[in-house]
Ligand binder design. Structure first.
Ligand code: SME
Length: 168
């Protein structure tokens, strides 16, 4: 199940990892459980990746969630680093050379490139999905397209939030 996939493979066969992600999250709505399994799937499936995981928005900053890779910074202020910048701008950030990104937060000195996808449920920012690589310029447009879909699958898996009136 966890065959490695390269950007070229992805362009040739766009559905494989997406299908795996859909299957892995089917029937489960817990944000930690689904983030944990997705981190493992991405870390094991994508070549040249040294960190794959989640930061969740909590009390006005990003707090580390489930991930695979070296221990990471626990908290990232909004607007700081690649993650905090992607979160406040609500845009995907593909950084080909992390040393050229002012304010990059180095959790693993081996990281050379990075992609961060904001997790949005409608207008609500839930956090970010962050993938790091020891290879410069590792993440191409195909990776971005695929990871945007993975992020959508994750957000959809959580369902719609209950209204306060629904809480018992
Ligand atoms: N490099 C990120 C910090 C998180 S770690 O890479 C896991 C950043 O600049 O926001």
């Amino acid at each position: 199940m966890f065959e490695q996939i390269t950007d070229t493979d992805w362009l040739a066969e766009p559905g494989r990892l997406i299908q795996q992600a859909e299957a892995l999250l089917a029937g489960q709505t817990d944000r930690v459980a689904n983030a944990a399994n997705l981190s493992a799937l991405l870390f094991l499936s994508l070549p040249d990746v040294n960190w794959a995981g989640f930061y969740f928005l909590k009390e006005g900053r990003l707090l580390v969630g489930p991930f695979q890779g070296q221990p990471a910074c626990v908290e990232i202020p909004l607007g700081k680093g690649v993650c905090g910048t992607a979160a406040v701008t609500r845009r995907v950030l593909r950084v080909a050379d992390v040393d050229a990104f002012e304010g990059h937060i180095a959790c693993d000195a081996a990281t050379r490139s990075e992609i961060v996808i904001p997790l949005l449920r409608g207008d609500e920012l839930l956090g970010v999905l962050d993938i790091d690589s020891p290879v410069p310029g590792r993440f191409g447009k195909g990776d971005e397209r695929m990871l945007r879909q993975i992020a959508e699958i994750y957000v959809r898996s959580l369902g719609t939030p209950r209204k306060p009136a629904d809480r018992g």
